[in-house]
Design a protein around this ligand. Structure first.
Ligand SMILES: Nc1ncnc2c1ncn2[C@@H]1O[C@H](COP(=O)(O)OP(=O)(O)OP(=O)(O)O)[C@@H](O)[C@H]1O
Ligand SMILES: [Mg+2]
Length: 240
């Protein structure tokens, strides 16, 4: 479970969150949507403990956490295999190091899952952006996390690669009963994968509901409507 209470955060005079409350239950996957720069990545980083908060509380039911970063954040000097198995060999939580054969098998299995078999020995500089995204995804799930944070896991992927990732997100969610947050604007990801959508704007959560409610043309909530129709006019204004 992820439990965020009265969270506030600013970068200098740039206020990002003011008293945000959000709970994600075990087994639930929430989509986080909102304009570019509204703080989606920052919220994931605060949950992961990578960015300090100003005030409020973030409680996690487990410290087994996986995160797929928006810009992949692979280690340039490590090959694909070592990037994927990194969470299994580094960290205070490691009780017993897996053998090289075990690591090879795990990396091969995760690569197959994301549709990239046989590229263990390649380096990030040799991969396309979409391939790096999928490697980052494989690394995020290698540890069987109970809390999973995905930052735009399907942005920039072709429709088939997107579907593979969306199906994987759903499968992992069902199998592990983890609590997850996925930052995404892709309607396909929202419709196929998530239980609830949370919309951020101007430091607050301005709307939340099911994907069905979001895309229901009868839903006249101005925030849901503006998101659905992608109109410039509406309660949410792009700041210059
Ligand atoms: N380390 C930092 N120092 C100062 N400002 C930051 C830092 N990280 C993020 N910001 C600012 O916080 C705001 C939110 O950034 P964030 O990356 O969380 O947005 P986002 O919603 O993920 O956007 P996008 O959809 O473009 O990825 C932006 O105004 C950004 O400039
Ligand atoms: Mg972001």
């Amino acid at each position: 479970m992820i439990e965020i209470t009265n969270l506030s955060k600013s970068f200098g005079s740039n206020k990002i969150f003011e008293n945000i409350n959000l709970t994600v239950k075990k087994g639930e996957l929430v989509a986080l949507v909102g304009f570019s720069g509204c703080g989606k990545s920052t919220l994931l980083k605060i949950i992961a403990g990578l960015e300090p908060k100003d005030s409020g509380e973030v409680k996690l039911s487990s410290n087994k956490l996986g995160m797929a970063f928006q810009y992949s954040a692979l280690f340039d000097s490590l090959n694909v295999r070592d990037n994927i198995v990194f969470p299994l060999i580094i960290g205070e939580h490691i009780k017993k190091l897996p053998s090289e054969d075990e690591l090879n098998a795990i990396a091969a299995q995760k690569l197959a899952l994301v549709g990239l078999t046989g590229i263990e020995s390649q380096f990030p500089s040799e991969l396309s952006g979409g391939m790096k995204k999928r490697i980052s995804f494989a690394r995020a799930i290698v540890n069987d996390p109970e809390i999973i944070l995905y930052d735009e896991p399907t942005a920039g992927l072709d429709p088939v690669a997107s579907t593979i990732i969306e199906d994987l997100i759903v499968k992992i969610q069902k199998e592990t009963k983890s609590a997850g947050i996925v930052v995404t604007h892709q309607a396909s990801t929202i419709k196929r994968a998530v239980d609830r959508v949370v919309m951020l704007y101007d430091c607050s959560i301005v709307w939340q509901g099911s994907p069905k409610e979001l895309f229901d043309s009868a839903n006249s909530d101005p925030y849901a409507k503006q998101f659905r129709d992608g109109t410039v006019e509406g309660p949410m204004q792009v700041k210059s």
